[in-house]
Design a protein around this ligand. Structure first.
Ligand code: DAH
Length: 344
């Protein structure tokens, strides 16, 4: 036994490995299940009792030496060993990391915000869970006024004199802006709105609007018309024309709906503009004096205009999306269509 130990010891002293593979082979040969040192431990069981102490010590020392040598050889080979050892094929193509794309509604919102920023408008935001006062009352919808039915409302807490509800339009942010900002006010307010509507290709219970408000001395309908015309030309192209049709909103007087000339058929009539040559894009008007007064603004001194538009509608016109539900279903095939619109 003694001789065998010495032989392995000598072998260990001589041991030199150049590659990780050789180190691993040496480890198996010496310390593996059927390795030489392992075999010596097996043999040790049969050694005479009085010799056990001496052999036990040398055997343990041998094992420790072998382990240390193997470890140090592995370390010395370092990165080379890992590379040589690894079965990775470095020429294999990597896992592609797909870039996300911006949602069409976000793209349109950003475009509108950028256009109005150029005209000197600030961006304002307000809460999605609003109270009746900011969504209706301060906007000249008296209690029980039939105009409230124009917008089916989701109530959060009903039966209260000023119940909480999910805002049905971003016009509520005009009220907050008039309450909190110094005059003159020039803001646009993008945001999500909610209506209790059956979901279909043309209606959804969630959608997005951008509201605009300008209040100053001597603001006139001509200013409104000019602001909308400039916006329409930036958004839909320099040849775009607008037309205004009289309309009704409780918070503006007079009120109008605005159409832009169809940028697909250029007025000839196509199935997008339903043969009319015009596409409706927004509602607007001169802020009703009652609305100014409700927010503490002197309507004798100040006047203003406001407008509001649906982002899904604008995106629909821009990309000819024919079903509102696409915007909310997150179907990758739909979302990927807008990849090219990424702005970094
Ligand atoms: N709040 C209106 C809606 O949701 C849109 C609107 C129309 C906003 C006219 C305005 C406006 O500021 O002047 O249908």
């Amino acid at each position: 036994m003694k001789q065998k130990i010495e032989k392995v010891l000598a072998e260990l002293e001589e041991l030199k490995c150049k590659t990780a593979k050789e180190v691993e082979e040496a480890r198996v040969r010496l310390l593996g299940k059927k390795g030489e040192i392992t075999a010596l431990f097996d043999e040790f069981r049969t050694v005479d009792k009085d010799m056990k102490r001496e052999f036990g010590k040398t055997l343990n020392e041998l094992k420790q030496k072998a382990q240390e040598k193997i470890e140090s050889m592995k370390e010395n080979l370092g990165g080379d060993a890992a590379a040589a050892d690894s079965s990775a094929d470095l020429s294999m193509p990597g896992d592609p990391f797909e870039l996300g794309s911006r949602h069409p509604v976000s793209i349109v919102r950003q475009e509108i915000v950028d256009i109005f920023r150029k005209f000197g408008y600030d961006v304002a935001e307000g809460p999605e869970v609003e109270d009746d006062y900011h969504v209706f009352e301060a906007l000249n919808f008296p209690p029980n006024h039939p105009a409230r039915d124009m917008q089916d409302t989701f109530f959060v807490s009903a039966g209260h004199p000023n119940p909480l509800l999910l805002r049905t339009h971003t016009s509520s942010v005009q009220v907050r802006a008039m309450e909190s900002m110094k005059l003159p006010i020039r803001v646009i307010c993008p945001g999500r709105v909610f209506r209790n509507e059956a979901i279909s290709a043309r209606a959804h219970c969630i959608f997005h609007q951008v509201e605009g408000l300008y209040v100053d001395e001597n603001v006139t309908f001509a200013d409104l018309k000019q602001a909308i015309l400039l916006f329409a030309r930036e958004m839909f192209g320099p040849d775009t024309e607008i037309r205004m049709r009289p309309s009704y909103f409780p918070f503006t007087e007079p009120s109008a709906e605005v159409d832009v000339s169809c940028n697909i058929c250029h007025g000839k009539g196509c199935n997008i503009c339903k043969g009319t040559g015009w596409l409706e894009i927004l509602g607007c008007g001169m802020v009703d004096p009652n609305v100014l007064e409700a927010s503490g603004i002197d309507s004798k001194k100040y006047s203003g205009f406001a407008f509001g538009m649906g982002l899904e509608r604008i995106a629909m016109l821009k990309w000819r999306v024919n079903d509102l539900r696409h915007y909310f279903e997150n179907d990758m095939r739909f979302l990927k269509e807008f990849n090219s619109s990424i702005e970094v």
